[in-house]
Design a protein around this ligand. Structure first.
Ligand code: ASP
Length: 385
C-alpha cells in the first residue's frame, strides 16, 4: 500500500476541470428548485436487492472491513463490528487522515473527532477536538455506554478518556510532524524569497532529506489543506444497525475546529427501523444540511441508499445555486445502508479525492471487501462518460 496515499484533498486545483466537465449529466435525473439538474449512474455493485450481514466504509477502510465482518458473522453486535474495523485505520500511522499519524492543527497538535450510534438501543456517543487519545471511536462508544451524555469535547474528553483507562500518547508521527513543519516554514517564504525560489526548494528538501516523493506529497497537502475520515456502518442478519465516523478532520485547522464527523445527524446517523448514513469531505457543508439525518429521512420515505445520498448532495449544490465554480473548491461524499442490506454512496464530483481516480467506497457483504464506484452528482472527468 502506498504510504500516505489515503489522505484526501480539497479540489481547489480541480475547479477548472470540474467546471469544464460538469455539463455532462448521467442517467438518473435529479432536479432542484432552480430547475437545475444533475444525474447519477448506477455502477456495478450497487445492488437492487440487499444482502445481510453487510458492512461498508469510505475507501480507506477496504483492508479493515474484514475484521468487522468476522464479528457480524459470529453474531456479534453491529457497533462492535464497525468500531473494530475503524480501530485498524485509527491505529495505522500511514493513514494521515484518521487517528495516530493524522495531520495536525495549525499548532502541530493532532485533534480527533468521532461519533457512534447504536441502532437497537437508540443510543449515541461522540467526542470532538480530542488530543493525545488515539482510538476516539472507542472513546465515543465509552461516552455512550458510561455516561448519560451524548457529546464530550476538548480537554474534558481527554480527561474522561484517561479516567476510563485510555492511554495518552503523542499522536504526531515523524511524517506528520515534518509536513506540519514544512507548512509552517512555507508561510515564512511567501513574501521573500518566494515559494518558487531555490531557497524554498532547498529548505523543503532538507526537511525531507531529499526524498522527492515525500516532498511532492508535502507540497500538495500544504497547497490544498486536506481532510480525511472513515465512516463505517453495518447491518447484521437480524436487521440491527450501527455506525461510527472517526477523523483527524481538516489539517492545519484552527485549534478547536470541529467538523461533521462527531455531529450526530450530520457525519453519522442511524435509525434501526431505516438504515445508517455517514460522510467524508468538507464537513461544514454537511453540517449545514444535516446530511446524515436527511439521508435517513429520504430512505424512510422509500428512496434507495444511493438516491437518498444524491438527494442530500443536491441540497449542498442548491446552497451554492449549483455554481460549479464555487462547488469545485471542495469535495464531499455520502455513504448509506438500509435495513435490507442495500448500500449506496454519492460523491459531489465523479473523480475521487485523488483526481485521477473515480470516487469509490468499500463494501463487504460476506465474501470479500471490494471497492464500488460512487454515483456522482457532477462529472468532473469531462466528456460523455
Ligand atoms: N468530514 C471531515 C471533517 O470535516 C473531514 C473529511 O472527511 O475529510 O472534519
Amino acid at each position: 500500500m502506498e504510504l500516505w496515499s489515503r489522505r484526501k484533498f480539497f479540489l481547489t486545483s480541480l475547479a477548472g476541470s470540474a467546471i469544464a466537465g460538469a455539463t455532462k449529466l448521467f442517467g438518473r435525473t435529479l432536479s432542484d428548485s432552480n430547475g437545475a439538474t444533475a444525474t447519477a449512474r448506477a455502477f456495478p455493485g450497487s445492488p437492487a436487492q440487499g444482502k445481510r450481514p453487510l458492512i461498508i466504509s469510505s475507501a480507506n477502510g477496504l483492508h479493515a472491513l474484514g475484521a468487522g465482518m468476522d464479528i457480524l458473522k459470529k453474531g456479534g453486535d453491529t457497533l462492535d463490528a464497525v468500531v473494530a474495523a475503524v480501530t485498524i485505520v485509527e491505529d495505522d500511522p500511514n493513514d494521515d487522515s484518521v487517528g495516530y499519524g493524522g495531520l495536525p492543527n495549525e499548532e502541530g497538535e493532532v485533534e480527533l473527532d468521532a461519533s457512534v450510534m447504536h441502532g437497537p438501543t437508540h443510543r449515541a456517543g461522540s467526542v470532538a477536538s480530542v488530543r493525545r487519545i488515539k482510538n476516539v471511536s472507542r472513546l465515543a462508544k465509552t461516552v455512550m455506554e458510561k455516561t448519560n451524555h451524548v457529546m464530550i469535547v476538548g480537554d474534558g474528553a481527554r480527561r474522561f478518556a484517561v479516567a476510563e483507562g485510555f492511554e495518552e500518547m503523542n499522536l504526531l508521527t515523524e511524517h506528520s510532524r515534518k509536513i506540519w513543519l514544512a507548512w509552517k516554514a512555507k508561510s515564512s517564504f511567501n513574501w521573500r524569497p518566494g515559494i518558487d525560489s531555490p531557497e524554498w526548494k532547498e529548505h523543503i528538501s532538507a526537511i525531507f532529506d531529499g526524498d522527492e516523493k515525500q516532498i511532492a506529497y508535502a507540497e500538495r497537502v500544504i497547497a490544498h489543506p486536506p481532510t480525511g475520515t472513515i465512516p463505517c456502518m453495518a447491518v447484521d442478519s437480524n436487521g440491527d444497525i450501527s455506525a461510527t465516523t472517526t477523523t483527524s478532520g481538516l489539517s492545519w485547522k484552527i485549534p478547536g475546529r470541529v467538523g461533521d464527523s462527531p455531529i450526530i445527524g450530520a457525519g453519522c446517523c442511524v435509525d434501526n427501523e431505516v438504515g445508517a448514513a455517514g460522510s467524508t469531505g468538507k464537513g461544514e457543508e454537511n453540517i449545514k444540511i444535516s446530511g446524515g439525518h436527511t439521508i435517513i429521512e429520504m430512505m424512510r420515505q422509500g428512496k434507495s441508499p444511493t438516491d437518498a445520498c444524491l438527494e442530500a448532495m443536491g441540497r449542498i449544490a442548491h446552497n451554492y445555486k449549483n455554481d460549479k465554480k464555487k462547488l469545485g473548491t471542495f469535495h464531499i461524499y455520502f455513504y448509506a445502508i438500509n435495513k435490507d442490506g442495500m448500500h449506496g454512496a454519492a460523491s459531489l464530483w465523479r473523480n475521487g479525492y485523488e483526481p485521477s481516480k473515480q470516487a469509490s467506497y468499500a463494501v463487504h457483504d460476506g465474501t470479500e471487501s471490494r471497492l464500488v464506484g460512487c454515483n456522482s452528482f457532477f462529472d468532473a472527468v469531462g466528456g460523455d462518460q
